[in-house]
Structures are given as structure tokens and as C-alpha cells.
Design a protein around this ligand. Structure first.
Ligand SMILES: NC(=O)C1=CN([C@@H]2O[C@H](COP(=O)(O)OP(=O)(O)OC[C@H]3O[C@@H](n4cnc5c(N)ncnc54)[C@H](O)[C@@H]3O)[C@@H](O)[C@H]2O)C=CC1
Ligand SMILES: O=C(CO)COP(=O)(O)O
Length: 344
């Protein structure tokens, strides 16, 4: 089996390292970075000093540079027909990479969690990964690898469970074969929509809990945000065609708990920094990594409104990110809502 990871950020690198640790005579794992200088540095020091410092690359991991913005014929010629391609870019890079891969015949999975930002008049609402794929590479056998997983912990070999979601059994099976091992369990799920909604919305909710904890509002408040956040994530998912039980699984409750409460989360960190009085620009610049919730929040709310779904926590996050509300005001808006029944 050949596994090619396109994109050498923290998560792509962690999964490439993980797969290479399982490597036997029957597999080859490559990590392709878009930045030639970064690829050279990784080849020289056998470590990704920029995005995943301190993690030594296993002996067999192959590192290379490719232009990811336009995955060209030259790049395609280097891929074997059956290779498993893992797309490790943020949502912002997914469309271009999927477009370039549209004639690939082997399994493909992306790792990014979020909604793409609106692309102008032709596409005024932001899309999930599978919606982008349906438009630019409809024949691809593709899916997403998601679930509660901080890159650093996976890279250190700490126990983690992921979910491989695709309508294609072959894609789910390829992801299990590539990554399932002593430290990483990979579960299959056919509900690609639900898994993607979970991964996208939990990032927005983690900004809210980061804010809550940054303002020292207490553990009760955080539990309330997580629980009511799960309710609003589920409402949006159901309206988009997901199955309810997916939200009780790894990419729903699991990733929400991890990201909303775990201090390794970049999205949670954004909320904490906003609570300290930093501007959004200052908060984002200080991370050094992508925080997808910042770019997805507006679309989550826009899609919810179009579907008539109530998402008050996400609405408050958007008002906060757009500086229409100060941190304390966002809380007042949420607490000032009329009483209602708990049910969805
Ligand atoms: N870091 C983590 O623990 C996890 C991250 N993810 C998701 O994986 C995706 C990638 O996250 P990280 O690897 O952490 O990000 P990162 O910030 O560590 O690295 C981003 C990588 O993508 C590249 N990149 C940035 N913009 C690009 C574009 N427009 N086109 C192509 N490449 C581009 C950068 O050069 C860099 O190599 C995100 O959607 C994130 O939500 C999912 C699970 C865990
Ligand atoms: O998706 C993640 C964990 O599952 C990573 O979350 P952050 O992007 O907030 O760090």
C-alpha cells in the first residue's frame, strides 16, 4: 500500500508519522509539503520543526515538495492509481487540491474540519468538504478522517480514536488499513455529512468555551455551553441530512469535548485570547497554526439561518469575532434568552 499525505502542517505530519511507524515491507508513506524550503529542512533534520517540533520522523517516511495550489499533471504522474491520498491542507486549500486530484482512481480523504469560506457570487454560501468534492471532483472515491485528535498527542503515540467517514466502503477500509494500530483506533461511519458537521461546528463552539473559561465564568457555564452547543450542532446536522446518532460519536460529542475543554486546541485558545482583550487579528496571528472556527463561524450561522435552524451560541461567536459584541456582552445575550424546553 502507498500512502501519500499532501500538506505538512501539524496534522498531516502527525498522521504521516503514525502511518510510517506501522510501515512494513508492504507499504510506503510519503509526506509532500508545498513549501520547498520546508521540505528540504524536514529531509535534513528528519523533523517538522515549523509545525510539529520535537517529533522524530520514522526511518521509512519519505519527504518531498510539490506545488499543492495546483496539483498538476506532473504531480499526478507521481501518484500510483491505487495510492491512498490524504489531504492535509486547511479548508482554504481543499478545493484546489481536490480539483487537481479529480482523475485519481484510488481512495482520497481530507483531514480539514470546517466550512470553506464563500467563493463569491457563484457560490455565496460556504461548503463542507463533501459538497466541494461533489462540485469539483464528483467521480472521486473520497471521505474524511475526523474525530477527537490533537496532532501532538497522536505524534507521541498517545491512544486516540478516529472516525473514517465515507459513502465508499473502499475508502473507509483503506483508512483503517493505513492508520489503525496499537495507538490509533479507526472506526468507520457512512454518515459523511454528520461527521463533517461535527468537525466544523465544534471549532466554533470551542471559541465560545475558550471565551467562557477566559472570563472565568466557571465549570457550570462551560458544561452548559458544551451541552447546548451539542444540541445546536445536532440541529444543523439533521437539517443538512445527517443521522442523529453521529453526534453522540467521535466527531460530535467526542471532538466537542476535546476541543472545547483541551488546552491544546487553537480554537479554544482564540476564545481565551479574546477574553484577555486581544483583537481577533492579534489572537489569530499569535497561534502560528490555523483555527478553522474563525473562518467557519459566519458560514455556520448563514447555513443555519437558510435552513431555519436556531444556533444562538454560534450567533454569539460570530458577533464576537466581528467585534459587534464585547466578550461580556456575548454572555449577556446568551443568558438573556427566553426560557425554553430542553429538547432539540
Ligand atoms: N492540528 C490538529 O491537531 C488537527 C487539525 N485538524 C484539521 O486539519 C487541518 C490542518 O490543520 P493543521 O495541520 O493543524 O494546520 P497547521 O496550521 O499546522 O498547518 C497548515 C498547513 O497547511 C498549509 N496551508 C495553509 N494554507 C494552505 C492553502 N490554502 N493551501 C494549501 N496548503 C495550505 C500550510 O503550509 C501548512 O503546511 C485543519 O482543517 C484542522 O482543523 C484536524 C484534526 C487535528
Ligand atoms: O480538531 C482538533 C482536535 O480534534 C484540533 O482542534 P483545534 O484546531 O482547535 O486545535
Amino acid at each position: 500500500m502507498k500512502i501519500v499525505v499532501l500538506g505538512a502542517g501539524a496534522w498531516g505530519t502527525a498522521l504521516a508519522v503514525s502511518a510510517a511507524r506501522l510501515a512494513g515491507a508492504d507499504r510506503e508513506v510519503s509526506l509532500w509539503a508545498r513549501d520547498a524550503a520546508q521540505a528540504q529542512d524536514m529531509q535534513a533534520v528528519r523533523e517538522n520543526r515549523r509545525y510539529l517540533p520535537g517529533v522524530a520522523f520514522p526511518h521509512g517516511l519519505i519527504v518531498d515538495a510539490v506545488p499543492l495550489k495546483a496539483v498538476s499533471d506532473a504531480v499526478m504522474q507521481r501518484l500510483g492509481q491505487d495510492d491512498l491520498v490524504i489531504i492535509g491542507t486547511p479548508m482554504a486549500g481543499l478545493r484546489a487540491v481536490l480539483t487537481g486530484l479529480r482523475e485519481h482512481t484510488g481512495p482520497v480523504a481530507w483531514l480539514c474540519k470546517g466550512f470553506e469560506s464563500p467563493q463569491g457570487p457563484d457560490q455565496p454560501v460556504g461548503l463542507l468538504g463533501h459538497e466541494i468534492q461533489a462540485r469539483v471532483a464528483p467521480l472521486l472515491k473520497a471521505g474524511v478522517l475526523s474525530g477527537p485528535s490533537f496532532a501532538q498527542e497522536v505524534a507521541l503515540g498517545q491512544p486516540t480514536a478516529l472516525v473514517a467517514a465515507s459513502e465508499h466502503a473502499g475508502v473507509r477500509e483503506a483508512l483503517v488499513t493505513a492508520f489503525h494500530g496499537p495507538a490509533l483506533r479507526v472506526y468507520g461511519n457512512e454518515d459523511l455529512v454528520g461527521v463533517e458537521v461535527g468537525g466544523a461546528v465544534k471549532n466554533v463552539l470551542a471559541i465560545a468555551t475558550g471565551l467562557c473559561d477566559g472570563l472565568k465564568l466557571g465549570l457550570n457555564a462551560r458544561a452548559a455551553l458544551v451541552t447546548r452547543g451539542l444540541a445546536e450542532m445536532t440541529r444543523l446536522g439533521l437539517a443538512l441530512g445527517a443521522r442523529a446518532d453521529t453526534f453522540m460519536g467521535l466527531s460530535g460529542l467526542g471532538d466537542l469535548v476535546l476541543t472545547a475543554t483541551g488546552d491544546l486546541s487553537r480554537n479554544r485558545r482564540v476564545g481565551q485570547l479574546l477574553a484577555q482583550g486581544l483583537s481577533l487579528r492579534q489572537a489569530v496571528d499569535s497561534l502560528g497554526h490555523v483555527a478553522e472556527g474563525v473562518y467557519s463561524a459566519q458560514t455556520v450561522v448563514q447555513r443555519a439561518r437558510l435552513l431555519g435552524v436556531d444556533m444562538p451560541i454560534s450567533e454569539a461567536v460570530v458577533d464576537l469575532l466581528d467585534a459587534r459584541l464585547q466578550p461580556a456582552q456575548a454572555l449577556a445575550v446568551l443568558m438573556g434568552r427566553d426560557p425554553k424546553q430542553e429538547a432539540l
